[in-house]
Design a protein around this ligand. Structure first.
Ligand code: ATP
Ligand code: MG
Length: 174
C-alpha cells in the first residue's frame, strides 16, 4: 500500500543531490511523474543531471540567483525562493506529480526567507495521495528533520578537493 513520504538529505558531505536524483531515477523507472524544483542555484543548462532530466521529459525549474546573496543584497534571491515555494505548492496540489525533488530547499529555511513552521505544517497536512517530497540541502532545521518520514545526514570521509585539491569534475560534480 502506498504511503506518501517526506524524505530529507542533509549534511556537509557530497551526495545529497545525487541521492535525491537517484531516487527520482528509480521512481521514473516505475513511470512516476517526477519533477525538480531547484532553489538558490541557477543556470543548470550545462549540468549532466539537468540534461538527463530533460531527455526523460522531467520538468526542472530553478528559483535562485546563485550563491551571490552571501556577498550582497539578498532581496532578489528572497523573491525567487518565495516564487519557488509557490510553484512547489502548485505542483504538489496539481495532481500531476508522484514525486517532487526540492533541491537546496533547506537554505531558504535556514535563512528564514520561508517560514519553517508554515512549510512543516504544509508538508504534514498533505493528503495520502500527494506526491512524495524529497528535500536536500545543508543544515536542515530540526523542525524539518522531525517532520520527515526519513532523514539522513551525509558526511564526507574523504573528498577529492580536500585531499588533493581536485576541482569539480564533469560527470561527478556537474
Ligand atoms: P552532489 O550534487 O554532488 O550530490 P551535494 O548535493 O551533496 O552534492 P552541494 O551542497 O549541492 O552538495 O555541493 C555541491 C558540491 O560541493 C558537490 O558536488 C561536492 O563535490 C562539493 N563538496 C562537498 N564537500 C566538499 C568539500 N569538503 N570540499 C570541496 N567541495 C566539496
Ligand atoms: Mg546539492
Amino acid at each position: 500500500m502506498r504511503k506518501r513520504l517526506t524524505i530529507v538529505y542533509t549534511g556537509n558531505g557530497k551526495g545529497k543531490t545525487t541521492v535525491a536524483l537517484g531516487l527520482m531515477f528509480r521512481a521514473k523507472g516505475h513511470d512516476f511523474r517526477c519533477g525538480v524544483l531547484q532553489f538558490i542555484k541557477k543556470n543548470p543548462e550545462k549540468w549532466g543531471e539537468y540534461k538527463m532530466a530533460k531527455s526523460l521529459n522531467i520538468p526542472w525549474e530553478n528559483y535562485g540567483c546563485g550563491f551571490t546573496w552571501k556577498m550582497k543584497n539578498p532581496e532578489p534571491t528572497i523573491k525567487e525562493v518565495k516564487t519557488g515555494w509557490c510553484r512547489a505548492r502548485e505542483w504538489i496540489e496539481s495532481g500531476q506529480f508522484d514525486l517532487i525533488v526540492l533541491d537546496e530547499f533547506t537554505y531558504p529555511l535556514v535563512e528564514k526567507w520561508l517560514e519553517l513552521d508554515e512549510v512543516v505544517a504544509y508538508l504534514q497536512a498533505l493528503p495520502p495521495d500527494a506526491p512524495h517530497i524529497v528535500i536536500t540541502g545543508r543544515n536542515a532545521p530540526d523542525g524539518l528533520l522531525d517532520a520527515a518520514d526519513s532523514a539522513a545526514r551525509i558526511q564526507n570521509i574523504q573528498h577529492h578537493f580536500e585531499k588533493q585539491k581536485i576541482r569539480a569534475q564533469k560527470g561527478i560534480e556537474f
